[in-house]
Design a binder for this molecule. Structure first.
Ligand SMILES: [Zn+2]
Length: 272
């Protein structure tokens, strides 16, 4: 009944027990996991991981993450286009701008971030794919580039970190907001304000596993050293509480939102 719209299920944290984690996720009601790329050198492995597991359905997203901007090469954009020609991915991501990390916000690298973001938006337009955005402390520039490119393919702003005005602007531009583990932290006031202000139709959920461990799993005495797509229902529950909905009410709405944002026509096995 749930779709994890952002997970790094290909990374080595899951190498030892990926099949078991997938089973746990499936029995927790996770029917699809969007597996999002960050570096070109890992794309092939990501696709192999997605092809290796049937349940939950693993949906590959390829792209060049702004935080790894120093490592991206022009030829990676050409490779991305080849994958798009082969219909290898459902969306492009994660792409965007980040000025939160100090060593990538210097003039030269920030310009490179903008160039790679624009180039990937152009590919998304050309191949009619939605995008998964990573944006930290750079919303104004992202809005500027989305408008310059006249990008209207939509997608998801993952781990949304902006305020209410920015949330409304993304919604206007056709994006859903990705709500993750932070919704389980009472002190995340800004995010809770956004969730209160936005209609549920604008939201989707994600784990960002293995990062962003939800509060109930952060017990320092327990052996939870990574986040897992199997913890997605805990994020759903926190969102349901905030929106005063039951899980049974929330599930079909989020399913619909996710399918709309990612241009999917997936059938759920049921909303119980
Ligand atoms: Zn991510």
């Amino acid at each position: 009944m749930w779709i994890d719209t952002h997970c790094h299920f290909d990374v080595s944290d899951f190498d030892a027990d990926r099949v078991d984690v997938a089973k746990h996720a499936k029995s927790a009601g996770v029917e699809a996991i969007v597996v999002v790329a960050y570096l070109a050198q890992h794309w092939q492995h990501l696709l192999a991981v997605c092809a290796s597991i049937n349940e939950p359905k693993l949906l590959p997203v390829l792209g060049l993450h702004p935080c790894y901007i120093a490592e991206h090469q022009h030829e990676h954009l050409l490779q991305l286009e080849q994958y798009l020609q082969r219909q290898a991915c459902i969306a492009i991501g994660e792409i965007g701008l980040d000025t939160y990390v100090a060593d990538i916000k210097g003039q030269e690298l920030y310009q490179k971030q903008q160039d790679f973001f624009s180039a990937q938006l152009q590919l998304a337009k050309q191949y009619q794919k939605p995008v998964i955005l990573h944006v930290r402390k750079a919303h104004a520039d992202v809005f500027k580039i989305l408008r310059q490119q006249r990008f209207d393919g939509g997608g998801i702003v993952h781990a949304f970190s902006g305020g209410v005005e920015e949330a409304k602007m993304y919604a206007k531009l056709g994006f859903k907001l990705g709500i993750g583990g932070s919704v389980t932290y009472e002190q995340a006031k800004r995010l809770h304000n956004v969730i209160d202000a936005m209609p549920i139709e604008s939201l989707v959920i994600e784990t960002d596993a293995p990062d962003m461990i939800p509060q109930p799993y952060r017990n320092p005495n327990a052996h939870f050293t990574r986040n897992s797509p199997a913890y997605l229902p805990c994020i759903a529950q926190a969102l349901a509480n905030s929106k005063q909905l039951t899980l049974a009410q929330l599930a079909p709405i989020l399913w619909q939102n996710s399918c709309q944002a990612l241009h999917l026509s997936l059938q759920s096995n049921g909303f119980n």
